[in-house]
Design a protein around this ligand. Structure first.
Ligand code: GLC
Length: 448
């Protein structure tokens, strides 16, 4: 399979954080952090904002990504956390491109905003092809520099407890907080060489896997908004589709800093693509804007997720929604796009790849993945949800096979499988991207 990948790749600096150590570092800013925790800014303009975002995530076991607006705060993050962090490929697109390459795609062509030596050193050597440069070569890496696009990822673990502002906090679930300073990807930067290559080779392509919209800002220092940047990308996707009707486009949605922007971007993009992936937090944000109750979704109630996904599919487009949660993954499509058995096989493949990646921190060939994944248990909560949908959804046709769920409901094909949960993941970041891209690749293969 030949696949175009846009738009966001960066470097992730992964830190495993301990609550007590962070609370100690935060002591000097307690008052401002308390204020920011009461009224979360959603972006980072100061050091207390950073701690507020991190502690809120730790307290609730939720994940979030806040954009760093101030270069001095970014410097502070570099000074305090770069040394001792584990550097690896970041950005939804960068991670997804590597998954495709490692899993056996023939040619994977990424858009790279900042092709520094350090950034390029994290690309898979198997099938990545850089326009104008060719295959990624085994270059040495001369260390990082000021301009590297580094996102600071703070992974925390379930059960870690600490005291902050007189409150005892015990983290209910492993998750991560990301502090991102990334001027190029904020712009949804599209490299000219990538655009030219894509146009010249569009008829050789089977798919396009696109992400990075969540990094857009409502306003930019030059006074502009995000509309023009979004339009540029939509025009690109439309042009590809016009030139190659077989091209299958999947968008990975991402966590937006504003509900309004998420809703607008979804409404404008969805009509032009075949499939869109998101997690339960991202779905809840969209549904909330639609005036629906998001509580069930946040609790990972599979019935609530199905109803929400169907209502979103109905608002625009003809595409499929893929919702991946920690406990299960679920596909809702208007029907007829693929045989349900093929979707099911693809979902299983995605779950196995993500589990293997979570446990080992790497992807190998398919035998390696299956060997690791087969030893990882399926989520009990996920299995329970599969049973619940089986019990409550009035189906026109139902085919339950063990723990999986396949059905036709309200004119949509529904497929769901439980996730496999790794006890002690190398990192929780990028698992959604891994699931989505593995499913995307398997579906392309099965469709061809
Ligand atoms: C977002 C973050 C990036 C991270 C990725 C994982 O794109 O900006 O740092 O690697 O999410 O999904």
């Amino acid at each position: 399979m030949n696949i175009l990948c846009g738009y966001n790749a960066n470097i992730d600096a992964i830190n495993k954080v301990e609550g007590a150590r962070m609370a100690k570092m935060a002591e000097a800013y307690e008052g401002e952090i308390a204020d920011a925790m009461l009224k979360p800014p959603g972006i980072i303009s100061s050091i207390p904002d950073f701690f507020a975002g991190l502690f809120l995530c730790m307290q609730h076991g939720t994940g979030a990504e806040w954009m760093v607006r101030d270069r001095d705060v970014f410097r502070w993050l570099r000074d305090n956390f770069l040394e001792g962090s584990f550097l690896r490929m970041g950005g939804n697109m960068g991670i997804m491109a590597n998954v495709l390459s490692e899993l056996g795609a023939s040619r994977v062509v990424p858009n790279v905003a900042n092709p520094s030596e350090l950034q390029m050193s994290f690309f898979s050597r198997k099938a990545i092809f850089i326009p104008d440069q060719g295959d990624v070569r085994n270059k040495g890496c001369s260390g990082n520099n000021e301009n590297d696009l580094i996102h600071f990822v703070f992974d925390f673990r379930k059960g870690n407890s600490f005291t902050f502002l007189g409150n005892d906090i015990s983290i209910p679930r492993e998750n991560r907080f990301i502090a991102t300073f990334d001027p190029l990807n904020f712009e949804l930067y599209i490299d000219d060489k990538f655009s030219i290559y894509a146009l010249e080779h569009i008829n050789e392509m089977d798919g396009a896997l696109i992400s990075g919209y969540h990094m857009l800002r409502e306003d930019y220092p030059d006074g502009s908004g995000y509309a023009e940047k979004l339009d540029r990308s939509i025009e690109q996707l439309k042009q590809w589709k016009e030139l190659n009707g077989r091209l299958h486009i999947h968008i990975e949605f991402g966590h937006f800093s504003s509900e309004q922007m998420a809703y607008d971007v979804f409404g404008r993009l969805f009509p032009h693509v075949d499939s869109m992936g998101m997690n339960e937090d991202e779905l809840a944000m969209l549904v909330h804007m639609n005036g629906l109750d998001a509580n069930g979704i946040l609790k990972m109630d599979a019935n609530a997720i199905i109803e929400a996904a169907i209502s979103l599919c109905g608002t625009s487009g003809h595409g499929r929604l893929l919702v991946h949660t920690r406990e299960f993954v679920l596909s809702v499509s208007p029907g007829g796009l693929m045989k349900p058995g093929q979707t099911l096989e693809s979902l299983h493949f995605g779950v196995n790849c993500a589990a293997a990646f979570a446990c080992s921190g790497k992807l190998g060939d398919r035998d390696f993945i299956m060997e690791i994944a087969s030893k990882i248990d399926e989520s009990e909560f996920g299995k329970l949800q599969m049973k619940r949908i089986g019990d409550t959804i009035p189906c026109e046709h139902r085919n339950t096979n063990g723990n999986t769920f396949v059905s036709k409901y309200r004119g949509h094909d529904i497929c769901a499988v439980p996730a496999r949960l790794c006890e002690d993941p190398v990192s929780t970041v990028g698992l959604g991207d891994t699931i989505s891209s593995a499913i995307f690749l398997r579906e392309l293969e099965l469709r061809s």
